[in-house]
Design a protein around this ligand. Structure first.
Ligand SMILES: [Zn+2]
Length: 159
């Protein structure tokens, strides 16, 4: 069985800035109000016969959202971002453009990109692992990270 949580109605959101290096328009720093939809599949189990507790799933997704909220998201493994130093500030160049941002304003992610595709994978792994830690008998977590309303990327993390 599967449970579904719609991010816009359940308030699973965060706002963040990012850039997609080398992309014509998305190469400049810009922001999105992201919305995260979640589906969890598994066996019904436990005292209440839940696939997973809605409240628990929302809590986990909100923790991941809160960690990214109001930050500049930077992909550490992006081949076009040349990181110069990471300390109190984060200095990097992209195609000759120089950036220096306070570290506290950034969230450095071990990803190749901060596209909706990569962020959905990031969320799916985290939510799946946290639910398993809490003992839920789940077989998959599907996440859709929407860059605003109407466009998003799905990723499914399965056992
Ligand atoms: Zn974007």
């Amino acid at each position: 069985m599967k449970i579904v949580i719609n991010g816009i109605h359940a308030n699973l959101r965060f706002s963040a800035a990012h850039m997609i290096p080398e992309h014509d328009s998305c190469g400049c720093i810009h922001g999105h109000s992201y919305i995260v939809d979640v589906q969890v599949e598994g066996e019904r189990s436990g005292k209440f016969g839940f696939v997973a507790d809605f409240k628990e799933v929302k809590g986990i997704v909100r923790e991941v959202c809160a960690d990214l909220d109001h930050k500049v998201l930077l992909a550490l493994e992006n081949e076009f971002i040349n990181f110069k130093s990471i300390g109190d500030s984060v200095e990097f160049t992209i195609a000759g453009k120089e950036y220096k941002l306070p570290a506290e304003d950034c969230r450095l992610l071990h990803l190749k990109s901060t596209s909706a595709e990569d962020l959905s994978e990031y969320f799916a792994h985290r939510v799946f692992d946290r639910l398993q830690e809490k003992g839920a008998e789940i077989s998959s977590v599907q996440i859709c990270v929407n860059e605003g309303i109407g466009q998003g990327a799905f990723f499914t993390k399965s056992i």
